[in-house]
Design a protein around this ligand. Structure first.
Ligand code: HAM
Length: 438
């Protein structure tokens, strides 16, 4: 076993896996852009308080899973930092910091990148993972709720993860939630003796989370728990009915799930999660999101509504791999070179490097054999590389020419060096129009 390994819960994305992720990242950005969302980038770490306030002190994400960062000798300027466990709090911090409330609302933003949670590693659960995140800030909905949910649904369809199930709930707002939570706590207290110890402890800090407990001992207790959907105030009930009407109009199918409460504290009203059909384990969620109408204010801004989602791209990639569709080719990243430059004089790497550099400057994908080995070995390697053409520098170099060999057709001809890039471009364009079987 090598002495140094990637940290537990993280993994190296080797080229094939990186290509799949890159493909998803590009799809995500292209799709979000079509819906009018603009890319934003925030730092990978923030003041820890952004997450403590935003995501919530009592959430697992902050309480147990935050990667706290210490700079230098650790006695820095008294700031406490943490790697971002999710992007929404940082994006809202940026919204406030840059006065985005003066822009036309809603401000539509998207971000794709790594997140960090000190989670217990298992399949689909990593300590560094990638999210595709979308946020619409400044619109109270409900049409934008449906737009956001449809966007998430569209992405999962376009990615090709197979059938998914959308779970939907409304968890109320500052007007109706306190009474609901009090009623819920009362319900659990009346079952105190039956509560598993971990849940009894959670009851004091984060009672809503008991609802989505996976502890089998909770099933019966939760079956009779009050439902937030039955306790919504008029405004929340109307909002939720309108979200549903918009989703119905768009043909987005969902299942109401009253136990869906989400793991982050900032949510109000609409909450949703996507699962592969037939799987509902906690590490199975492909993505989730909801409304966070109090978050901007918590972070020091004016009261501003918002809604968004995060899709776990690692889980999407896993779902694709499970369907045998993982090895997506990456548009715009040609895997195979058009040409490989080889030479009769093994020692003359200068000429080979000069020629390939010119080809690349002209926009071609090209490689050169820079090993000091015989021409026959160089040609073998060129064929293995999947190159279409070999550019061979031999005696003709003296008269400023090279031989261009078409490795697929087996033909070859002599080309003047100044013409080489143009010639290859022309040949490449021609080949693109010829189906491989011809
Ligand atoms: P979340 O539900 O915590 O929401 O995460 C969103 C998705 O990220 C999950 O559904 C899952 O696919 C993926 N994910 C979470 N943790 C891990 C992990 N340890 N390993 C692999 N994948 C993981 C949020 O983060 C919210 N910021 C979503 C949101 C945006 N709400 C409003 N706007």
């Amino acid at each position: 076993m090598p002495r140094f390994q990637a940290p537990r819960g993280t993994r190296d994305l080797l080229p094939a896996e990186r290509a799949s992720l890159l493909h998803l990242e590009r799809m995500a950005l292209a799709l979000a852009t079509r819906y009018g969302y603009q890319p934003i980038e925030t730092p990978l770490f923030e003041q820890a308080e952004v997450f403590e306030r935003g995501v919530g002190q009592a959430t697992e994400v902050v309480e147990k899973e935050l990667f706290r960062v210490q700079a230098g000798r650790g006695d820095g300027d008294g700031e406490r930092w943490a790697l971002r466990p999710e992007p929404t709090a940082g994006i809202c911090r940026a919204y406030v910091q840059h006065g985005m409330q003066t822009l036309p609302q809603p401000v539509r933003l998207t971000l794709t990148g790594p997140m960090f949670r000190y989670d217990r590693p298992q399949a689909g659960r990593y300590r560094q993972f990638w999210q595709f995140d979308v946020e619409a800030i400044g619109d109270p909905g409900p049409a934008v709720d449906a737009e956001i949910i449809e966007l998430a649904d569209r992405f999962l369809r376009d990615a090709g993860v197979g059938e998914t199930e959308l779970l939907l709930n409304s968890i109320g707002d500052a007007a109706c939630r306190p009474d609901y939570v009090a009623e819920l706590v009362g319900h659990y207290r009346s079952h105190a003796a039956e509560l598993p110890p971990a849940e009894r402890e959670r009851l004091e800090r984060n009672p809503l989370r008991l609802l989505d407990s996976k502890d089998p001992g909770m099933a019966a207790i939760n079956a009779t728990a009050p439902r937030s959907l039955d306790r919504l105030c008029d405004a929340c009930a109307q909002h939720f009915a309108a979200v549903r009407a918009h989703l119905d109009a768009l043909g987005v199918r969902y299942r109401l799930e009253h136990r869906l409460v989400r793991g982050l504290d900032y949510y109000t009203r609409t909450a949703f999660e996507f699962f592969p059909r037939g799987a509902e384990g906690q590490q199975d969620a492909l993505g989730g999101g909801g409304r966070y109408d109090g978050l901007i204010e918590l972070l020091g801004g004016r009261p501003t509504p918002g809604i968004g989602f995060g899709i776990g791209l690692d889980r999407v990639a896993l779902a694709l791999a499970a369907r045998g569709a993982g090895g997506a080719s990456v548009e715009g990243v040609p895997a195979d070179p058009v040409a490989v430059v080889v030479g009769a004089d093994p020692a003359d790497t200068v000429t080979r490097l000069r020629i390939v550099t010119e080809l690349r400057a002209a926009g071609l994908t090209a490689r050169a054999d820079l090993g000091q080995r015989k021409l026959a070995r160089q040609m073998e390697a060129a064929a293995r590389d999947g190159a279409h053409f070999a550019v061979i520098g031999g005696d003709e170099l003296r008269s400023g020419q090279v031989i261009v060999k078409d490795l697929l057709a087996g033909t070859q001809r002599t080309v003047d060096l100044p013409e080489l890039a143009h010639e290859l471009q022309r040949a490449q364009a021609q080949h693109r129009h010829v189906p491989a079987s011809e």
